[in-house]
Design a binder for this molecule. Structure first.
Ligand code: BGC
Ligand code: NOJ
Length: 829
């Protein structure tokens, strides 16, 4: 069952009922100001950091789920309704929500009145513009009232939802004309404020939540002021501040009226915080007056429909240009839709927000993840490499000089989070992968010389290359009894906690390590991760390639020897006959082995081991891929492990706490499905690669949206696995490494267009039924128009490659570097 459809020509998903199986959201903003907006206009806004600079409030884990946002209410002669249906939920005569690239249009109709609201955050602008177009489609004149509504959050969202004894007495506002300013804590230690304005005279306002709702027993679905058709002109004083504009409107038949609301954010310099005079029309109970110059300038920027149209056109042009860098035309519309539109769009969102703020991530729990942000770059780097570069430097600056890393950092402060700390064994390796992918994309070897400090030596002169060195050797210097990397607190799988042995409720599996490992430095020196071993052999060659390019032949050979040794150790001690083990636990027992009662096979190490060709000469790659197909493959994707754990294994930690089929305990964790898609394509098995791709790619799950439940235009982190009661149900949509990795899987492995240090590899691994496909790739200043022909209907194998008609040996298109368009033709066979 579907709840809408893709409108590819407009790059939109069109939702045609407000009753989606879950709130289906979109993200507005891609620089500093961000908003989440659901198909019923729920959501919230923040500046840079969802925890430390929250602008509007949201209630987590609420009933009903999606309550709170920015709402417009219409009172048309006693009928009260919202263009997005919620929160009043009056049945609408028509409803539509269009989620597009950085904008959302929600349209509702009731009793001949149409309200179309366009929400977007313009480029280089710290505010959300909401353009409301009201049209009387009836035969009679109409008198009605419109109320806006936004609820302020008191900045630090964590504090806002816990520290009520203080926060119920701190709220402050100013009102000037049609603009309501939120200035809580501004006078003292803050230098930022928010505002909500409309480009017209208003007939009243409310800034106190209780006054707007009329009673503490009312919710957003039942505001007294709206029902009464009149605002109460309330002034919030030390109590929950909101912003609501009230406006009376008369429309002749066929007549339209446009109102432009702006929800903005601004910061003042310390010496310019206050205005010298109090304007005559200013409502304040303070002796001081906010300096509003920045707000005035922002308001001026989008106060007419023409300016709004120009802002929207600029946003659309930005996206057209971002999406023109890589475009494909394959025989499968769903692939085209994912690659050309939605997957790339999601990559921007994950790049911006890591795992911080979604309808499953509260925004108060985590900042930017070290491993997460590094992986996000893999799918984003071609879009805006300059931003990727800046991010790489920010992330690397949170690394320690021994190669260890803070696992997370706050985007506002760019400082590592001490409460989560470090010692996640995989973290440093992702840095090698992301820096290499940046260089492969741009050819900017200069990043290696960039000055990047270590967290424990902030003033020191260090280069990015040093960060890669310490990352690589952090693995080499921390090996266990089998010469495999120590698992430490966890590897990529946060829920395999081999040093935890937790028996106390509430202990965090991620931060708690059993005191018995204290003397050993905080984690077991026995537990080893086969996943990290395989990730090391997969990413290591990029490090070697960098050293070779720099002419450091000895260092390159030394690093290569470590990789070779790791491959040997893995084959000697971690190949279980038909697949690779997952780990050795702290008791030195095998995890993910045929010998285990449950959790005999895990997905994570397999793909990287296959792509590193560990044991290839003995057929380990094909055996492994076949085992995955046999034990992990099911209708909706590949489960993480099998059989699922049915009891608590204290030596494994969090993984065994989930009911079977969910999250890391045998859920379909789509992120690591991508690694198998890559591995199948790498091994030349294009049918399998495509089968796995099409099981999880959102556009392919659209028809089963009633089962899948989350948005059919973006990946979610997890789908209920075959052991789950809710088999096939998606969760944790939007902020997942799946976005980047499946972009890599489809574009670089299946379609096979892959940047390398010395050029653009073109080596597809596709379903044999395909006659071929075409692609356009902008790469290092040139444009490559690529045509793939598959006359023999093979999966993989470049028989002939020509660039502008000239034969090229192998499958790497050399960098032309003349800024021109080049024709690349590849014949498979
Ligand atoms: C969980 C992960 C989850 C992450 C996000 C971790 O504690 O183990 O599965 O994705 O938190 O918050
Ligand atoms: C989600 C986390 O964001 C990511 O870092 C981790 O790798 C996966 N969960 C798997 O546990």
């Amino acid at each position: 069952m579907k709840f809408g459809y893709f409108d590819d020509s407009r790059k939109e998903y069109v939702i045609n009922t407000p009753r989606t199986p879950y709130p289906w959201i979109n993200y507005l903003g891609n620089q500093g100001f961000f908003s989440l907006i659901s198909n019923t206009a729920g959501g919230y806004s923040f500046y840079k950091d969802a925890r430390l600079r929250r602008i509007t409030r949201y209630r987590y884990n609420n009933v009903p789920l999606d309550m709170g946002g920015r709402y417009f209410y219409i009172n048309d002669n006693g009928t009260v309704w919202n263009p997005g249906w919620s929160p009043v939920k009056t049945e609408l005569d028509a409803y539509e929500c269009r989620h597009g690239m950085g904008y959302t249009i929600i349209e509702g109709k009731k009793n001949g009145l149409k309200a179309e609201v366009t929400f977007f955050v313009p480029q280089n602008y710290d505010g959300e513009v909401q353009q409301v177009v009201l049209t009387n489609e009836g035969a009679e004149a109409k008198d009605f009232a419109i109320f806006s509504m936004a609820e302020w959050c008191l900045w630090d969202a964590q504090d806002d939802c816990t520290n009520f004894q203080r926060n119920f007495s701190t709220g402050r506002v100013e009102i000037e004309g049609s603009t309501i300013y939120h200035v809580t804590e501004y006078r003292d230690r803050r230098n930022h404020y928010a505002f909500y304005t409309v480009n017209d005279e208003i007939d009243g306002y409310d800034t106190d939540r209780d006054a707007f709702l009329g009673s503490i027993y009312n919710g957003w679905e039942n505001p007294e002021t709206v029902k009464a058709g009149k605002a109460s002109n309330s002034f919030a004083d030390g109590w929950s501040p909101v912003a609501s504009h009230y406006k009376k409107i008369t429309l002749a038949p066929g007549e339209s009226k446009t109102l432009i609301y702006i929800l903005g954010y601004a910061e003042n310099d310390q010496d310019k915080k206050f205005a010298s005079e109090k304007p005559a029309n200013l409502l304040t109970r303070e002796a001081w007056v906010l300096n509003k110059e920045k707000a005035y300038a922002m308001i001026d920027k989008y106060n007419t429909p023409e300016k709004v149209a120009a802002g929207l056109a600029e946003l659309k042009a930005t996206w057209d240009s971002l999406l023109s860098i890589f475009k494909v035309d394959t025989p499968d519309d769903k692939v085209n839709r994912m690659v050309n539109i939605w997957n790339q769009y999601q990559c921007m969102v994950t790049f911006n927000l890591s795992r911080s703020a979604s309808y499953f991530e509260s925004g108060i729990g985590r900042g930017m993840g070290f491993r997460d942000s590094n992986q996000d770059i893999l799918g984003f780097v071609h879009q805006i490499p300059e931003r990727a570069r800046e991010r790489l430097i920010d992330i690397a600056s949170t690394q320690l000089s021994d190669g260890g890393c803070y696992h997370q950092y706050q985007p506002l402060t760019k400082k590592g989070n001490a409460d989560i700390g470090g010692d996640f064994s995989d973290d440093p390796l992702w840095m090698i992968l992301s820096v290499a992918s940046y260089i492969k994309e741009t050819g900017d070897w200069g990043i290696l010389d960039a000055n990047v400090p270590f967290d424990d030596d902030p003033e020191g002169k260090h280069t990015m290359l040093e960060h890669l060195d310490v990352s690589f050797y952090h693995i080499v210097n921390n090996l266990g009894p089998h010469g495999l990397p120590l698992a430490m607190r966890a590897d990529w799988n946060d829920c395999i906690n081999l040093s935890c042995f937790s028996d106390t409720p509430g202990e965090s599996f991620q931060t708690y390590t059993n005191p018995k490992f204290k003397a050993e430095g905080g984690y077991s020196k026995i537990a080893e991760s086969v996943f990290v071993a395989a990730l090391f052999t997969y990413t290591g060659p990029a490090y070697v390639g960098i050293l070779e390019h720099l002419g450091k032949a000895d260092e390159a050979a030394k690093a290569q020897a470590e990789i070779d040794k790791m491959k040997k150790n893995t084959m000697d001690s971690a190949f279980d006959g038909d697949w690779f083990l997952r780990a050795y636990d702290a008791n030195g027992e095998k995890m993910g082995s045929k010998e285990c009662e449950e959790g005999k096979i895990f997905i994570e190490p397999q793909g990287f081991a296959v792509m590193s060709e560990i044991g290839k000469e003995e057929g380990a790659d094909i055996k492994t891929l076949n085992a995955i197909d046999k034990y992990l493959n099911c209708d909706y994707g590949l489960v993480l492990n099998n059989p699922a754990f049915t009891k608590y294994y204290i030596q494994y930690g969090e993984i065994s706490t989930y009911p079977g089929g969910y999250k890391e305990n045998a859920g379909i964790f789509t992120h690591n499905n991508a690694w198998i898609i890559c591995a199948e394509a790498y091994a030349g098995r294009g049918e399998k690669a495509f089968e796995y791709y099409s099981k999880i790619a959102p556009a392919f799950t659209e028809e089963t949206s009633d089962i899948h439940k989350t948005e059919p235009y973006v990946y979610g982190q997890m789908i209920g696995g075959k052991d789950a009661e809710n088999f096939g149900q998606g969760k944790n949509s939007w902020l997942t490494g799946t976005a980047a990795w499946n972009m890599v899987a489809i574009s670089q492995y299946i379609l096979g267009v892959k940047p390398e240090f010395d050029g653009l590899r073109v080596d597809p691994s596709i379903p044999s039924a395909w006659d071929g496909f075409t692609a356009t790739r902008q790469f290092r200043g040139d444009t490559y128009e690529i045509t793939i022909k598959n006359p023999d209907h093979v999966n993989k194998g470049v028989k002939k490659l020509t660039v502008d008609g000239v034969d090229v040996e192998g499958c790497i298109v050399p960098v032309c570097g003349d800024g021109a368009t080049h024709k690349v033709e590849v014949v498979l066979g």
